[in-house]
Design a protein. Structure first.
Length: 282
């Protein structure tokens, strides 16, 4: 029987519940800096004896901090570190080549595209794209497609896109994703279009590759004061966008969750045997 879930359910609780679905699996997670949901997710999942955890991120020193925390609690877990800057196509291709070249990783059971940035000032990447658009969508899109055969080699593969209910803030500006080179830039609208793209990518993966056994989900983990939120624009400016759009249900005070509660949605989407296709809200 499925567990009774609520916004207060924790990753710790779900790892215990889904332990048999975690044990022995190879799991690749992007964005695992200490203090973030990716780090909380891998630290909790390590308790259920996965075969291999692949921790991917831009800063190898921060990846190592998370590895050290896992090893201290679960020394028998095999962990691999992968450097990748999702805001650089060159870095993404190099990282994908590394994954493909690992002879000791024949399959990836679960890919969690967790890494992202939020409501940052306007900048263009080296590839010429607005930074949130490339880091949150184009980079993960390219990385996923480059390593997809290793994912599909798993008997029951899953891909998780960590989106946000911030998708409400922005449709995709197909002909102006760079906001007229920043002249019309709104950081929350840019964040919104990248999160909308995450949702659409999850749907497209399921449609195109469901016949090969792939399950693909997007999720909203809730509002958590992680390092992502610490580095973003203030939340009052976010509330102002909802007032302008008339999304009255979002005007109230934010109901913050802990990291353990926020990462529960990751665990649910990655390992629940009961879901077949949906956007997983907190």
């Amino acid at each position: 029987m499925s567990p009774q879930l609520s916004r207060d359910t924790t990753a710790t609780e779900l790892v215990t519940e889904y332990g048999e679905h975690i044990k022995g699996k190879t799991i690749l997670v992007t964005g695992v800096s200490p203090g973030g949901l990716g780090a909380t997710f891998v630290e909790k999942v390590a308790a259920a004896s996965p075969a291999t955890l692949i921790l991917a991120g831009r800063n190898t020193a921060k990846i190592q901090q998370t590895i050290d925390a896992i090893v201290a609690a679960h020394p028998s877990v095999t962990i691999k570190s992968l450097q990748v800057d999702l805001g650089s196509f060159k870095s993404v291709r190099t990282a994908a080549d590394t994954v493909i070249g690992w002879d000791d990783v024949s399959k990836i059971d679960v890919l969690v595209n967790n890494s992202g940035i939020m409501a940052t000032p306007f900048t263009l990447t080296e590839d010429g794209f607005e930074s949130q658009w490339e880091t949150n969508h184009l980079g993960p899109f390219l990385f996923t497609n480059l390593i997809i055969e290793k994912v599909l080699a798993a008997p029951a593969p899953r891909i998780i896109m960590v989106s946000s209910d911030g998708h409400r803030l922005g449709h995709i500006r197909w002909t102006d994703y760079n906001f007229n080179d920043g002249k019309h830039y709104n950081p929350w609208f840019a964040y919104g279009q990248s999160k909308t793209a995450n949702c659409l990518m999850a749907i497209s993966l399921a449609e195109k590759l469901g016949g090969r056994g792939l399950l693909s989900f997007s999720l909203h983990p809730g509002v958590i004061m992680t390092n992502l939120a610490d580095n973003s624009a203030d939340f009052e400016s976010l509330r102002a966008q909802d007032v302008n759009m008339g999304t009255k249900f979002m005007w109230s005070e934010f109901n913050f969750k802990t990291n353990d509660q926020g990462a529960a949605t990751h665990v649910f989407a990655a390992f629940s045997p009961d879901i077949k296709g949906k956007f997983a809200p907190e």
